[in-house]
Write a protein that binds this ligand. Structure first.
Ligand SMILES: Cc1ncc(COP(=O)(O)O)c(C=O)c1O
Length: 364
């Protein structure tokens, strides 16, 4: 019998698997109730563009064939959308895979990534899975990014700085001036990844990454179809970066990493920007409703530029559990900075009302 634990590399035993938001079906089964809502994984509750979904018919014809290896036609749409060259783009099975590809290409066991804390936990998990690491640099007390702390943490072993803008789980956004001041002080050999998974929802000032990439060739952006585009299950994201960076990544990219359904649907989704406008407007209305209701309950929240928000509820775990009993799945992230918070993904009007009513019950 193989003793698997003795066969893996040492660091693997220290890791634990990523815990995603609880699935609806699981809670339905546990509670024996039908009405369960999930406001935990920052998905788009309004769904994908109907025009994109109509393209699924095309996919049926493609299902027996391998996908186009380099996502050519999808990259063509992305290139036109951002006004960049097709050779500046690589697509991945979600931005998760893009992070992994970047790390595989450029991280080694004696180099590391840096990211503000709290931020997206995959920055660390994926680095550690490659026998490297991501070091966390604390944000300010209001969760805004502290660029000075990040610059101070950089050393000759720093390969990446991972900057989610807007950030997950805080919803905070940084602007262009603070960012370019930071870029001007940074060595060009440190690669700066702007993870713009939620950028469609941003209302404030943020860096114009496509213009700035012309000045800083160590700067790149990651985008995803999982959030505003409402296509989380299709698994598709992309990286826009310097051509040389893309060509190096292509040397290690699995040949058919983006499936045909994703390539077909995402190309159509990108063309339907009217749908994105609708989603963003509905999200904004939902966000303002929750701001108002939460403030009326005397609770604090972190202003958000995304489709989710942190609400300060005191005992985060207790409120999370109370909400679960009501059939409402939110996220409790815990840790020293977030133990008093829950993270709520903004839902439909009906879901937001159910959430507020359930939250009120928790405080009775
Ligand atoms: C900041 C951030 N980046 C990347 C991702 C990964 O998204 P994808 O579904 O494209 O892998 C997420 C998902 O929650 C996220 O919050």
């Amino acid at each position: 019998m193989a003793d698997y634990k003795s066969l893996v590399w040492d660091g693997l035993l220290e890791l634990s698997a990523y815990v995603p938001g609880k699935p609806v079906k699981e809670l339905q089964r546990e509670l024996g109730i039908e009405k369960v809502i999930k406001l935990a994984s920052n998905e788009n509750p309004y769904g994908a563009s109907p025009k994109a979904l109509a393209a699924l018919k095309e996919y049926e014809k493609e299902i027996t064939r391998y996908p186009i290896g380099d996502s050519y036609y999808l990259r063509q749409e992305i290139a036109a959308f951002h006004n960049v060259d097709i050779d500046n783009i690589v697509c991945g099975a979600g931005s998760d895979e893009i992070i992994q590809l970047l790390y595989m290409a450029f991280l080694t066991s004696d180099t590391h990534a840096l990211a503000p804390s709290p931020s997206f936990s995959e920055y660390e998990l994926l680095a550690r899975g490659l026998k490297s690491n991501c070091r966390w640099v604390e944000t300010n007390s209001d969760f805004s990014i502290n660029f000075e702390n990040i610059l101070n943490a950089v050393n000759e072993k720093t390969r990446f700085i991972m900057l989610a803008n807007p950030n997950n789980p805080t919803g905070t956004l940084f602007g262009e001036k603070a960012f370019t001041d930071f870029m001007d002080k940074l060595s060009p050999d440190v690669l700066v990844v702007l993870d713009e998974a939620y950028i469609e929802f941003a209302e404030g000032d943020y860096p114009d990454v496509f213009a700035l990439m012309k000045k800083y060739n160590n700067l790149m952006t990651m985008r995803t179809f999982s959030k505003a585009y409402g296509l989380a299950s299709i698994r598709c994201g992309y990286l826009v970066a310097d051509k040389e960076c893309i060509s190096l990544i292509n040397r290690i990219r699995p040949p058919f990493n983006v499936n045909s359904a994703a390539q077909i649907i995402c190309a159509e989704a990108l063309k339907d920007q009217e749908h994105i406008k609708k989603v963003v407007a509905l999200n904004k209305a939902g966000k303002e409703y929750i701001y108002k209701e939460v403030a009326a309950m005397g609770l604090e929240y972190v202003k958000t530029d995304t489709n989710f928000m942190l609400i300060k509820v005191g005992d985060g775990k207790k409120v999370f559990d109370d909400l679960l009993k009501e059939g409402v799945i939110v996220r409790f992230l815990g840790g020293s900075r977030l133990k008093e918070y829950i993270r709520l993904s903004i839902g439909t009007e009906e879901e937001n009302k159910i959430f507020i009513n359930s939250l009120k019950k928790s405080f009775k």
